[in-house]
Ligand binder design. Structure first.
Ligand code: BG6
Length: 481
């Protein structure tokens, strides 16, 4: 399959930090289809060779195991091309179309790695010059909109030029291998599915914790906040993967229909429920990995009186037969105690214990990062004496070890899927809009609430109110267990 992969925003951070390195890995692993060209487009004048040098220099910032040798880079760089484009000029799109059509590749993927405010303009222009034929797909990076209305507007403009099956909305969390393993765990094995419901599960916790602060992105972050940056997309996508019904087939729409049903079943937030079940926080100065770090308000490009949240915890209910009464706790934030993303499924306790000592309910921990694996916590008898208290043990699966050389990174997976036209891991417009519809009342309530976010010290697990949120139901976050 021949392809042309075009990066709008070809000199931007996302392209050189994530996308080109991911393509290099795909190429190194022999997974990138033959006969491909990668074209970066951006505003300034450069030759292909100058762009290749630019990319080679940027590889110094990529972790060493993922950097090319000189010989590898020379071969990989032959795929890289550069074209100057002023995105406001219709004739520049016509020029791009000619460049693409001169070769007539089987597949053309246009990746919009620009600021999202340019998406409508780029999509409209691509449609106007006819660079939207059946072999063309457009990939849209988050953030897709700021609220429901802006997301709908982007979808409307994109939809005027591209069919839904041609518009691929990226949520890079869906590219993480642990997330694909979650689907495999649930629907490739008969063991867990009968237990995956209210009768056996007491609660489910989703944590996406980051140790880093907002760094140099203070201005972007302050306009965005954690609810828009992480909850509306990554965290809710994880929730849909855990909670969805078994799809009828592995086809993209069969899966996305089920995910949409979960989003539609989320109990809507009332003002009262927001005050009770949603906690927002903002980090203050503290310690991260033994280093003193500033608070959010001291970060570059953050207004000193900002009320932007850097942490959110929520108690969520899903209103359907499978999940009625099972709380889903979700939390995510910056400058937390560790970089850690995991899903914890806490099972019900045994109905009656015949052993001395405390009984401890089983739990399944699905680790997304930094490790990628599964841990099933059980109780076992050491066998040292009769009538002994049981001891906690765990069955551990480390996917990085089990599948070592076959591991594919998130962006690598998503780029290969975009080239192959496999849409399972891309978000459909109705899912994305439904997620906005659900978070909007929270945004609205916060804008009216004079209290602002609760402070927490950098390097901790967030405001105490996040623990209280879970404790109210008689549960605890995993690190408190
Ligand atoms: C991005 C957010 O979508 O995801 C960032 O904009 C966040 O703020 C990042 O840091 C987290 O991704 P990962 O893969 O490093 O957990």
């Amino acid at each position: 399959m021949s392809f042309d992969l075009v990066f709008f925003g070809g000199t931007g951070d996302l392209t050189w930090r994530k996308l080109v390195p991911a393509l290099f890995q795909a190429w190194r692993h022999g997974k990138l289809p033959e006969g491909g060209r990668i074209l970066a487009v951006a505003r300034d004048e450069r030759s292909d060779d100058e762009y290749r040098t630019f990319i080679r220099d940027r590889f110094c910032d990529v972790e060493s195991a993922k950097r090319p040798s000189d010989e590898e880079f020379a071969r990989f760089a032959a795929l890289l091309h550069y074209r100057r484009m002023d995105l406001s000029q219709p004739e520049h799109y016509a020029g791009l179309k000619q460049w693409v059509e001169a070769r007539g590749a089987d597949t053309v993927v246009l990746f919009l790695a620009t600021s999202p405010h340019l998406f409508p303009q780029i999509c409209a222009q691509l449609g106007a010059v006819g660079l939207n034929g059946a072999n063309v797909r457009v990939v849209l990076e988050k953030p897709l909109g700021h609220d429901l209305a802006s997301a709908q507007e982007i979808n409307r403009v994109v939809g005027a030029s591209f069919r839904e099956s041609q518009a691929l909305r990226i949520d890079h969390y869906l590219g993480k291998s642990a997330v694909q393993n979650l689907t495999a765990l649930r629907f490739g094995n008969a063991l867990f599915e009968p237990l995956w419901r209210r009768e056996s599960i007491a609660n489910i916790q989703i944590t996406i914790a980051e140790a880093l602060g907002v760094g140099s992105r203070g201005d972007f972050y302050d306009r965005t906040g954690t609810l828009r940056d992480m909850v509306q997309n990554h965290a809710l996508q994880l929730l849909t993967m855990i909670a969805m019904e078994p799809p009828a087939t592995g086809d993209a729409d069969a899966i996305r229909d089920e995910k949409l049903k979960v989003l539609r079943s989320l109990k809507p937030f009332t003002a009262e429920a927001i005050a009770r079940d949603v906690v927002r926080g903002q980090y203050r100065a503290g310690n991260s990995a033994g280093q003193a770090v500033p608070g959010y308000l001291e970060e570059a490009k953050v207004p000193p009186d900002s009320r932007c949240e850097t942490f959110v915890a929520l108690r969520i209910e899903i209103q359907n037969w499978r999940w009625a009464g099972v709380p889903f706790y979700l939390r995510t934030g910056k400058r937390l105690a560790a970089r850690d993303a995991q899903i914890v499924v806490n099972f019900q306790p045994t109905p009656h214990s015949i052993f001395p000592g405390l009984s401890q309910p089983n739990k399944l921990v699905i680790n997304l990062q930094p490790e990628d694996g599964l841990k099933l916590h059980l109780l076992a008898a050491k066998g040292a004496r009769q009538h002994e208290a049981l001891s906690p043990v765990s069955l551990d699966l480390d996917f990085d070890k089990a599948f070592a050389e076959n591991r594919v990174g998130g962006y690598e997976r998503l780029l290969l899927d975009a080239l192959a036209g496999k849409l399972n891991l891309f978000v459909r417009s109705d899912e994305q809009e439904q997620a906005w519809r659900w978070v909007e009342p929270i945004l609205h309530a916060w804008s009216q609430d004079s209290a602002g976010p609760r402070p927490y010290a950098a390097g901790t697990w967030g405001p105490a109110a996040a623990s209280a949120l879970v404790a109210r139901d008689g549960h605890t976050w995993i690190e408190e267990q």
